[in-house]
Ligand binder design. Structure first.
Ligand code: ZN
Length: 89
């Protein structure tokens, strides 16, 4: 297995989707390739951070700001024609 193949199969390995032979090859590459080992560690850290953020409710202030931003964006779109120029009534 080369590094490209390793990266391609990474999420499959983490999700348990690889067949046993593939998983063993993948694990062997991980054990012997420092670059991929380091890459896998940062991949795992990113997943942990995303999991952590998903478990937290969105703060009310951020919800309000997002809502205001969407409303402003939508009203701006309504006031423009399809080519992006302001509508002249
Ligand atoms: Zn590698």
């Amino acid at each position: 297995m080369d590094c490209q193949e390793f990266v391609n199969l990474m999420s499959g390995f983490v999700d348990g989707d690889l067949v046993a032979d593939q998983a063993a090859d993948w694990q062997t590459h991980l054990d012997h390739c420092p670059d991929c080992s380091q890459f896998f560690q940062s991949f795992q850290s990113s997943r942990d951070i995303i999991r952590f953020l998903k478990s937290k409710p969105c703060p009310l202030e951020i919800s309000r700001r997002l809502h205001d931003l969407v409303v402003r964006q939508l009203s701006r779109c309504k006031n423009r024609s399809a080519d992006g120029t302001p509508k002249s009534d």
